[in-house]
Design a protein around this ligand. Structure first.
Ligand SMILES: Nc1ncnc2c1ncn2[C@@H]1O[C@H](COP(=O)(O)OP(=O)(O)OP(=O)(O)O)[C@@H](O)[C@H]1O
Ligand SMILES: [Mg+2]
Length: 295
C-alpha cells in the first residue's frame, strides 16, 4: 500500500496552487496541515483522481493514477471539503443510493450501510431527512459514504469543520481506529485535530511542502525558538512586530505572551518547550531572520 507523489504541480489559469510536491505515503494517518489557500484541497483532488496534476506524477502501488485510475479508484474513499447531501433522504437511503452508484450489490449494500450507520453513530436517526441534521451529523454521513467500499486509501478534506468539541473528539478517534490497516490522509488547518492521531505530518504553505515528519521531528524543528513572557497589554503589538505570537493569556500581572522567534522577543522572555502549534506556526511563518529582524 503505497502512494507516491513525484514533483506534483497544479496550475489554475497560470496560478500555481500546488508546487513541486514530492512525498511517499504509507499506512497510517497523514495530517496535511496548512492555512487557507495552501493547496490542501487541490492536492487531495489530485490524489482522488478528480483532477489531474499539471505536471508531475502520482503512483498507487507503482501504477500511474492518471494513466490508470481504476486500481486506485476501487480502493479509494473520499470526503470532499464541500460534501453535499440530498436533503430529503434519510441517512440510510442516502448511503444506499451512493452504494448503488459505487456498484455495490443491493444485499451487501444494505448490510454495509447498517454497519456504517452503527460505526458513525447514526443508527437511531431512522427516517429523519439528512437536510435536518446538524453539521456534525452530516459530516458523519460524509465519512460513512467514504467508507462504503472499505477503502485502503481514505482521503478526508477538512472533516472536522463545523463539529462541536465532543464530535471532533469522536471523529478523531474514529479516524485513528480506521488507520491501522490503511492510508488515511486528513487535511485541516487546526493542529489539535491531528495532534493525537497523525504519526506523519505534512505542512503545506502557498502550494509548497514546507515540512514533513513525525510530530516529534516537527517539535524538534522549533526547539529554542519558543518564548514566554508576561508583559503589559500595550507591549503586545510591539512583540508582534518581532515575533509570531502563538498565544496570549490575560493574567493579573499582565498578558502572558507565547511567541516564536529566533531571539527573545522581549528582554527577560524565557525559553519554553515547543508544542505542535508553535512548530506549525514556525513552519508556516518563517519571516524572522536569525538577527530577529522581520524580512
Ligand atoms: N478550481 C479552481 N480554479 C481556480 N483556482 C483554484 C481552484 N481551486 C483552487 N484554486 C486556487 O488554488 C489555491 C489553493 O486552493 P486550495 O483550495 O487547494 O487550498 P486549501 O489549502 O484547500 O484551502 P482551504 O483551507 O481554504 O480549503 C488557492 O489560491 C485557490 O484560490
Ligand atoms: Mg481546502
Amino acid at each position: 500500500m503505497q502512494l507516491e507523489l513525484n514533483n506534483v504541480t497544479k496550475t489554475y489559469r497560470g496560478r500555481q496552487a500546488v508546487t513541486d510536491v514530492s512525498m511517499r505515503i504509507g499506512p497510517g494517518v497523514l495530517g496535511l496541515l496548512g492555512p487557507n489557500g495552501a493547496g490542501k484541497s487541490s492536492l487531495m483532488r489530485i490524489l482522488s483522481t478528480i483532477t489531474r496534476p499539471t505536471s508531475g506524477t502520482v503512483t498507487w502501488n507503482g501504477t500511474d493514477i492518471v494513466a490508470r485510475p481504476e486500481p486506485l479508484r476501487r480502493v479509494l474513499g473520499y470526503l470532499p471539503q464541500d460534501f453535499g447531501v440530498y436533503p430529503n433522504l434519510s441517512a440510510g437511503e442516502f448511503l444506499r443510493y451512493l452504494a448503488a452508484v459505487k456498484g455495490l450489490s443491493t444485499r451487501s449494500a444494505k448490510e454495509r450501510v447498517d454497519e456504517l450507520l452503527e460505526l458513525v453513530n447514526l443508527t437511531d436517526t431512522g427516517s429523519r431527512p439528512v437536510g435536518k441534521f446538524s453539521g456534525g451529523m452530516r459530516q458523519r454521513v460524509g465519512i460513512a459514504q467514504a467508507l462504503l467500499n472499505d477503502p485502503e486509501l481514505l482521503v478526508v478534506d477538512e472533516p472536522t469543520v463545523g463539529l462541536d468539541p465532543e464530535e471532533r473528539m469522536r471523529f478523531r478517534n474514529l479516524l485513528g481506529d480506521l488507520a491501522s490497516d490503511r492510508i488515511v490522509i486528513l487535511s485541516t488547518h487546526i493542529v489539535s485535530d491531528i495532534e493525537a492521531i497523525a504519526d506523519d505530518i505534512a505542512i503545506l504553505t502557498a502550494g509548497e511542502l514546507r515540512r514533513r515528519g513525525t510530530p516529534e521531528e516537527l517539535l524538534r524543528s522549533a526547539d529554542g525558538l519558543v518564548w514566554e513572557a508576561i508583559v503589559p497589554v500595550d507591549a503586545v503589538a510591539d512583540i508582534r512586530q518581532r515575533a509570531t505570537i502563538t498565544r496570549t493569556v490575560r493574567t493579573s500581572r499582565g498578558v502572558r505572551v507565547r511567541a516564536v522567534a529566533h531571539t527573545p522577543p522581549v528582554p527577560g522572555a524565557r525559553p519554553v518547550e515547543p508544542d505542535l502549534e508553535d512548530a506549525y506556526v514556525n513552519a508556516v511563518h518563517t519571516p524572522i531572520t536569525p538577527a530577529g529582524v522581520t524580512r
